[in-house]
Design a binder for this molecule. Structure first.
Ligand SMILES: [Zn+2]
Length: 237
């Protein structure tokens, strides 16, 4: 890994907290659960997208490095993202640990993360996977319709109009944007699921994977996740 950023000597770092990697496909409810779990468990919720935007906005050395890559139209290297994560881990609110949401996205990133944590005496303690079958994900992600007049949103699963195809508010036609059509949703999802499956396998081999049934309602999924996570993160150290 090459980085313009100098490394802080390992010996001066405080011990690293728990690291929980929450896994789930788009539409599996991962972001919602991450928010609830981080509050219940006292772990900092670290969504890499937010981390990234904050570093660029605050013009930290890492943020500037990342911005440089983006300005040149290049992907930000995993090494830079990892350095940002490690910086985040060192913040006071992350002392108990972090709940990672949205990283790693592929096995290369998972390997880099493992190495970086190991150098600091840490590890991924648990990787809970909110599993939802592909067909359910397509239904969740692809059931969105909006009205032509004002864009009022509807959903086949949980917010149907009183009269099929007609907006309750203004009576205009409902339509699906290309992005929300099942074929588009399914094609996009397939790509993402391919990478996710490999990451799931990676953590299964590391014996830190735990699978939770994401077809249940939000409250029950939270209960199941807590039942899996609490014993695991309480058992180390
Ligand atoms: Zn409308």
């Amino acid at each position: 890994m090459t980085s313009a950023i100098g490394r802080v000597p390992i010996g001066r770092n405080p011990p690293i907290g728990r690291v929980v990697v929450l896994l789930g496909a788009p539409g599996a409810g991962k972001g919602t659960q991450a928010q609830i779990l981080s509050e219940r468990l006292g772990l900092a919720h670290v969504a890499t997208g937010d981390l990234f935007r904050a570093a660029v906005r605050d013009e930290t050395p890492l943020g500037l490095a990342a911005k440089g890559y983006m300005d040149r139209g290049e992907l930000v290297p995993d090494g830079v993202t990892i350095e940002m994560l490690l910086e985040r881990l060192a913040k006071p609110d992350a002392q108990a640990g972090i709940l990672l949401d949205g990283f790693p996205r592929n096995t290369a990133q998972a390997e880099v993360l493992d190495k970086a944590l190991a150098e600091k005496g840490g590890q991924v303690d648990l990787a809970p996977y909110i599993e939802v079958p592909e067909a359910d994900l397509v239904a969740r992600l692809g059931g969105r319709w909006i009205c032509r007049a004002q864009g009022h949103p509807y959903h086949e699963l949980n917010k149907q109009p009183a009269q099929s195809g007609v907006c309750d508010v203004d009576g205009s036609d409902l339509y699906q944007r290309t992005d929300d059509q099942p074929a588009t949703v399914q094609a996009r999802l397939r790509q993402q699921l391919g990478a996710l499956d490999l990451v799931v396998d990676y953590y299964r081999k590391r014996a830190v994977l735990t699978v939770v049934d994401g077809r249940k309602d939000i409250g029950q999924v939270t209960v199941d996740l807590l039942a899996a996570i609490v014993p695991a993160i309480g058992s180390r150290g």
